[in-house]
Design a protein around this ligand. Structure first.
Ligand code: ATP
Length: 428
């Protein structure tokens, strides 16, 4: 049986859908073995109803006896009911139970998952699919969580095309709401010992710890990376007592939200990979955000691209772009602006500055007066045109990304793209 769960927590009241999964992993042990790691699935990061990272979970359990299925469902629903922050109007839990998936259903589940990743769905879309295949489910309140619950169950059933891991350590209930006690030095050490098998533990360039959240949820820290890396890293971290920890298989760090497209076909609320030529020079606006425009030479359409203030040192790369540079940008579109997650600089245009020409005798000429060109003082040679002097570009071609502290859960870190022919500059 595959169990999908979503939308149980609240920004103000805490809670965490992954914690429900963590508790259920233990409570369901007596009914059978897990067929896989529990799944933590990140969906379209542009959904306005999300609490934080638009995550949903799925557990795949091989139940020993068919007669126990009803009991398992009861345990799950009791846990969701008791842990969900139902008083928050934005919390609308959904639970889906998948039991066997015939080929037709697999196809429909596959496309539902893709749309949940890359598009904006309605609650009715989930209900229609649930009804079509008579899938057992439970939607609390308006049932919006059924979207994420069904999408997570769909991946668990069809298989995850690319994955990484996150090891999440949870706090003892009595500690929740108090400042987290995690030794920052031990986290830096964990990063040092395990990078690049782990990533986004710390943001070295901006001197920030990234893996420890700040809210009133039960997460103490979460380490992202390969399975062996995150387990190693946890061994280095000194902290307050850990109540439990769970290793999730996840689609974090995979770029599954991105669609290849062209500038003229972009729509708000979706995330894209777009090719273009820089058509307006980067400008730093109020708040420290850096904005420039790219255009598609084929269609002539253009779109703004933004490196927002929280992307910190990434803005230093963006500021060096010049009109005529060929780039590929990745990010979500909102209000006709690409919120940059990554950029590939494909070609740097040649830039020139003008200067007084050098005479055949080797001396630099002087201005001969307004509109009269230049004259060599030694041999009196005259030139009407200035020299074009190439400017050395200090930027290299290749991929650049926002730093760990500004990275989206779903964005593929460049450290995962290193090797092969790709020229990458991982942010660390
Ligand atoms: P956390 O990650 O802390 O658990 P969250 O950021 O995942 O919280 P949710 O509380 O799960 O946020 O809220 C997101 C809501 O958006 C859920 O109800 C989910 O079903 C719904 N949702 C997810 N993907 C889509 C989509 N593509 N279109 C429409 N609704 C979606």
């Amino acid at each position: 049986m595959i169990i999908g769960i979503d939308d149980t927590d609240s920004r103000s009241d805490g809670g965490c859908t992954t914690y429900i999964a963590a508790v259920l992993v233990e409570k369901l042990k007596k009914y059978g073995d897990l067929a896989d790691y529990p799944l933590l699935i990140r969906l379209n990061p542009n959904i306005r109803y999300k609490t934080r990272g638009n995550g949903a979970v799925a557990i795949n359990i091989e139940i020993d006896g068919a007669s126990e299925a009803d009991e398992v469902k009861e345990v799950v629903l009791d846990e969701v009911r008791s842990q969900s922050k139902l008083s928050d109007e934005n919390t609308n839990p959904g639970v889906v139970f998948l039991d066997g998936t015939p080929p037709d259903m697999r196809n429909d589940l596959g496309s539902f998952f893709r749309r949940a990743m890359q598009d904006i769905l309605q609650i009715q879309d989930a209900k229609d699919l649930l009804n079509r295949y008579d899938i057992d489910s439970c939607g609390f309140k308006n049932g919006r969580g059924l979207i994420g619950a069904l999408a997570a169950a769909a991946v668990a059933s069809n298989g995850i095309p690319d994955h990484t891991f996150e090891l999440i350590a949870y706090r003892r209930p009595a500690q929740i709401g108090t400042p987290r006690e995690v030794d920052a030095g031990s986290i830096r050490d964990a990063d040092l010992q395990t990078y690049p098998r782990t990533w986004d533990t710390v943001d070295r360039a901006n001197k920030a710890v990234v893996c420890v959240p700040h809210g009133c949820d039960p997460v103490l820290f979460g380490i992202r990376g390969e399975a062996d890396g995150v387990i190693d890293a946890k061994g280095h971290i000194r902290s307050e007592p850990i109540e439990r920890s769970v290793l999730f298989r996840t689609n974090q760090g995979t770029d599954m939200h991105l669609m290849r497209s062209t500038i003229d076909r972009t729509r708000g609320g979706r995330s894209y990979i777009l090719r273009g030529v820089v058509s307006s020079a980067p400008q730093t606006i109020h708040g420290g955000h850096v904005i420039f425009e790219i255009a598609d030479p084929q269609s002539g359409s253009g779109i703004d691209c933004a490196a927002f203030e929280p992307t910190k040192n990434f803005r230093g790369i963006i500021r060096q772009l010049a009109v005529g540079d060929r780039v590929v940008v990745c990010g979500s579109v909102d209000d006709r602006t690409v919120h940059l997650e990554k950029i590939k600089i494909e070609h740097l245009t040649a830039l020139y500055e003008t200067g007084n020409p050098v005479c055949a005798c080797g001396r630099r000429m002087k201005s001969a007066g307004v509109g009269q060109g230049y004259r060599c003082k030694r041999c009196r040679t005259v030139s009407l045109v200035p020299d074009r002097v190439p400017i050395k570009r200090s930027l290299d071609c290749g991929w650049y990304e926002v730093p760990p502290s500004a990275r989206r859960h779903i964005a593929k870190p460049l450290v995962r793209c290193a090797g092969g022919a790709r020229l990458v500059h991982p942010g660390r």
